[in-house]
Ligand binder design. Sequence first.
Ligand code: ATP
Length: 249
Amino acid sequence: MPIVQVEHVSKRFLLGDQLVQALEDVTLSIEPGVFLAIAGPSGSGKSTLLNIIGCIDTPSAGRVVIDGHDVSDRTPDQLADLRARTIGFIFQTFNLLPVLSAEENVEYPLLQMPELSKKERAERVRHYLGMVGLSKYADHRPNQLSGGQRQRVAIARALATHSKIVLADEPTANLDSKTGSSILKLMRDINRQSGTTFVFSTHDRKVMNMADRLVRIADGQITALGMKAEGRWVFVQDRRPRDEEDPEI
Ligand SMILES: Nc1ncnc2c1ncn2[C@@H]1O[C@H](COP(=O)(O)OP(=O)(O)OP(=O)(O)O)[C@@H](O)[C@H]1O
């Protein structure tokens, strides 16, 4: 069963008296355990799609099923609960709380889980900070960490709740290309080891090439779905213009 099903989803925003069609009839199934990139130019609808999958925003039309739950008819409280237990978020601006240390940032979402004891929380924090290679930096606050280290804290925070899906909106956009590649590699290693589903947006070709599934989006519509087989991309539903540069990705 897919972990995410997006069925005929459209999203319209009213901007002043102008209607903006951010997504138009998007249908997509995401299988558990994939490492999937959503790629497209600025304004194509990547963030809107991630926000809808992450139940941060709701579609104007269509249906979204997350981990078997149809989220269309959920109350805001029910959505918040589903989000907290199923989905981890990573943002391009890291979104760490500046007054908290690295370990306190990772612990923060766990405070919403009353079933966890203080000891269990501490064990999880230690485990995930270790996984991202930051055990020695547990006491550092975000302004005492580099951009790459901050993003590692954000990855640990997204995983600590035992999320089934991690959604990352342009996770490498504020990092230099070497640090960005190492963050992507870390995410991919965790994906391989733990089977956590990763869905991330990017417009960087190097980053999209690290994925094993690719959703191409333009003007709010899916133009191609790619799957990597033996190191090469195989595309279905390919409606990209023939003259698009570098058509193999
Ligand atoms: N809250 C909003 N109100 C009005 N219009 C919006 C809103 N959010 C997004 N849009 C519009 O919807 C379209 C898609 O935006 P979206 O942020 O999803 O694109 P994107 O592919 O993530 O772009 P970028 O790569 O620049 O972040 C754009 O035209 C944008 O201006």
